[in-house]
Design a protein around this ligand. Structure first.
Ligand code: NG1
Ligand code: ZN
Length: 537
């Protein structure tokens, strides 16, 4: 059975704050760092059980609150194939996190053990990574205390981006098998990406450096390291917002979420001598999201700013990949996956070229839907996404006999792309290299890329409500079923604006309801969004 006295003794060191409830949601458990200690200890316990359930396969625990403020933190679990925690475990995690006494804690663990028929004598192995937040060290210690209480083998991966941790988990579990995903080390990660990139881009060119806003987060370390593997004559970078130890700097007035939400440059960029036509991109706080942007005129003018968000990346990737598949002369179905937040223009553009699925918010939904295609391109508008190649697609790419030199080249490029693109989760570094490969191959600047379609003016508002769980949705979150009558009132309002669309859903990561609105005429956007927000509050 469970070592109950050991667990209870360790739990004493990590008391649960009273009157706090935690929810394992789309981003794992995430809240203010100063109330997260007990939760991390308990996630350590659960992590050990999850690994035992999988007969000692290594699972991952990542400590980060991504794009959220520096004083927040969170922890999320990574399954052995590098994917998000299996959804059936989520409510159990929530229960364990909320147990208010040691007896309840033990009982909630027993419930997991009996529900999932876990053999406690099985080994457990867990790898832990964390971002640059000052609270991480202490929270990692709490996790380790939880892991130790159940005797789990613990690997401290240190400072990592979220996608690097996913990579490591997958590598560890496939090491020495025919499905080996790569060398299970941070160097192995850089080597894999760099080798694939160098196969895909032609030698020396006069492309100006890519300006990278690292959000003052862990992406700054990762980028600095990655650069060592990429000769400057193949790709040059100008890293910005790399102050990882300055208190309060993380995600502050910079980073992918800031740029996407405010649809403007990171604060202060206008003083950086940035030129129209140069490529800029921003990572988020754990480097699993990326957005691009560029200027059409002086940085001081807000009208010069042009955003190339996750939808634009999806359209760029889907267009390029489908051409390569055709050139390679193989049969592979390419499909795209978006959420309701995708700009209507992007959906229209993609639908003319490939099947498009819409899923609820949260990467696990998109990832799962993308697995239905041979090549599944999935992106959230906020810049989280990747491209999945199914096992059979990977086999076809490897084993096909090319019928022309051009087909041979296309097959080789597809093969390199399988390695370049992180197959586990959205990855800012990997996505950045993918975009760079495509732009280079097409000899495009950001304006040519942007030319695919024109975004509809759009806005997301946060609305504070008494109880966000009263808001229930259907149709991939595009319609409300509760509170009763509200959807009809939204429909009526939306009907008054040209090419308008709006939906309302409860956030899975913050205590608020989000209102999305888009419409054809820019001056109508504020009245539409504010109007819907008013109906909600
Ligand atoms: P919520 O808080 O459920 O809207 C946000 C993002 C998601 C996803 C998660 C996980 C928006 C509108 N929502 O979810 O896309 O990235 O965080 O971090 O961007
Ligand atoms: Zn993130």
């Amino acid at each position: 059975g469970l070592p109950t006295s050991l667990i209870a003794a360790a739990s004493q060191q990590h008391p649960k704050p009273i009157n706090q409830t935690f929810t394992y949601g789309t981003a794992g458990l995430r809240t203010r760092a100063d109330i997260l200690d007990s939760t991390c200890f308990r996630v350590g316990l659960i992590g050990a059980l999850r690994s035992k359930k999988l007969k000692g396969k290594t699972i991952g625990l990542m400590v980060t609150a991504s794009h959220n403020p520096e004083q927040d933190n969170g922890v999320k679990m990574v399954d052995p194939r590098g994917e998000m925690l299996e959804a059936t475990w989520e409510p159990f995690c929530t229960q364990v996190a909320n147990a208010s006494t040691d007896e309840e804690l033990i009982a909630s663990l027993e419930k997991i053990i009996s529900h999932f028929k876990i053999d406690l004598s099985a080994p457990a192995s867990v790898i832990v990574g964390y971002d640059t937040r000052p609270s991480c060290k202490q929270l990692v210690q709490a996790i380790i205390d939880g892991l130790s209480a159940l005797g789990a083998h613990t690997i401290d991966a240190g400072l990592k981006t979220t996608p690097q941790l996913h990579y490591l988990v997958k590598c560890i579990n496939t090491e020495g098998t025919p499905e080996s995903y790569g060398e299970p080390s941070e160097q192995g990660y850089y080597r894999k990406l760099a080798a694939a990139f160098l196969k895909l881009v032609p030698a020396s060119s006069d492309v100006p450096p890519l300006v990278v806003d690292c959000a003052n987060g862990v992406g700054a370390y990762a980028l600095t390291n990655l650069i060592k593997y990429l000769p400057e004559d193949r790709i040059a970078f100008r890293p910005m917002r790399t102050s990882t130890t300055t208190p309060g700097a993380l995600n502050n007035n910079c980073g992918a979420d800031y740029v996407k939400t405010n649809q403007c440059l990171p604060a202060g960029f206008e003083k950086e001598n940035l030129q129209p036509g140069e490529r800029f991109c921003s990572f988020d706080g754990d480097a699993d999201r990326i957005v691009y942007y560029y200027l059409t005129g002086p940085a001081s003018s807000k009208d010069s700013f042009r955003l190339l968000d996750g939808d634009k990346i999806a359209s760029l990737a889907a267009g390029y990949l489908s051409e390569l598949v055709t050139a390679a002369g193989i049969e592979l179905e390419l499909g795209c996956v978006q959420t309701a937040y995708a700009n209507g223009s992007s959906t229209k553009y993609l639908k003319q070229r490939a099947p498009v699925t819409c899923t609820p918010t949260g990467v696990k939904h998109l990832h799962h839907a993308a697995e239905a295609y041979d090549i599944g391109v999935y992106f959230e508008a906020n810049g989280h996404g990747t491209v999945l190649f199914s096992p059979s697609a990977q086999r076809k790419i490897k084993e096909a006999t090319p019928n022309s030199p051009a087909a041979q080249t296309a097959l080789e490029q597809l093969g390199a792309l399988v390695d370049l693109i992180n197959q586990t989760v959205g990855d800012a570094l990997s996505d950045m290299l993918l975009v760079e490969v495509i732009l280079r191959t097409r000899q495009w600047g950001p304006a040519e890329w942007d030319g695919a379609y024109e975004d509809l003016p759009n806005k997301i508002l946060k609305v504070n409500v008494k109880d966000r769980f009263m808001f229930k949705t259907e149709d991939a979150e595009r319609r409300l079923t509760s509170p009763p009558g509200l959807q009809e009132r939204i429909d009526e309002l939306v009907g008054k604006y040209k090419d308008a669309r709006s939906f309302v859903r409860p956030s899975g990561t913050e205590d608020c309801v989000r209102v999305y609105a888009e419409c054809a005429i820019a001056s109508e956007l504020a009245p539409l969004a504010n109007g819907v927000a008013k109906l909600v509050s």
